[in-house]
Design a protein around this ligand. Structure first.
Ligand code: AMP
Length: 209
């Protein structure tokens, strides 16, 4: 199986599909957003530096993200899912260098903006961001509590509607060169991410096997 590069706006379902692939296909999930949030929670120097940038829905500098990314990779031991990286053309080129001869496919999750805003405003996550719920379509069994960890669920600060709208703009401004880049390398596939979770997963498997 190839390494997977998931490209899609916040809320397009990348994290949900990644969690399923980790469970069923033994991938290792690398979400740069989760790694950054862990740094913030641990109050590291890096975490303190990026907090205000992330709270405003803007992108953290490429250098900081790539260091964090590299320290979490080992291609000899696993296949990886890249979620939230790359976010711009520079990062896409850097990722090609990091991957070297390791095979990878980029999957574009396609979904319209209003549906994304609704999804994010209704999204709740476990404190580590690994278990994802939607109050309307995939609620937890017990209100406000993660089914897996038993911890209270979190509504991320950057999932509030005004920040969500700026994150969408940032995404739209930067993703097109990334899609063109992977298309020109013959590495781009897409899935219709407006479908239900199970159907998206089935389509995804069809692209990676
Ligand atoms: P996410 O969880 O992927 O929606 O990311 C949340 C926030 O983390 C983003 O709005 C950015 O501030 C930051 N972030 C995550 N990944 C990256 C990246 N590859 N480059 C720059 N900033 C990032």
């Amino acid at each position: 199986m190839k390494n997977l590069i998931l490209l899609g706006a916040p809320g397009s379902g990348k994290g949900t599909q990644a969690a399923k692939l980790v469970k069923e296909k033994k991938y290792t999930h690398i979400s740069t957003g989760n790694l950054l949030r862990e740094e913030i929670a641990k109050k590291t120097e890096l975490g303190n530096k990026v907090k205000s940038v992330m709270d405003a829905g803007n992108l953290v500098s490429d250098d900081l993200v790539v260091e964090l990314l590299k320290s979490n990779l080992d291609f000899a031991s696993s296949k990886f899912i890249f979620d939230g990286y790359p976010r711009n053309l520079e990062q896409a080129k850097t990722l090609s260098e990091i991957l070297g001869s390791n095979p990878a496919v980029a999957i574009h999750f396609q979904l319209n903006t209003e549906q994304l805003v609704e999804r994010l405003c209704n999204r709740r996550v476990s404190p580590d961001g690994k278990h994802i719920y939607n109050l309307l379509t995939n609620p937890p069994k017990k209100e406000g509590i993660c089914d897996v960890t038993g911890e209270p669920l979190v509504h991320r600060d950057d999932d509030q509607e005004d920040v969500v709208r700026s994150r969408m703009e940032v995404f739209e401004d930067t993703i097109h060169p990334v899609l063109d880049y992977y298309k020109s390398k013959g590495m781009l596939e897409s899935v219709n991410a407006e479908q239900g979770m199970e159907k998206v997963y089935e389509d995804l498997l069809g692209k990676i096997n």
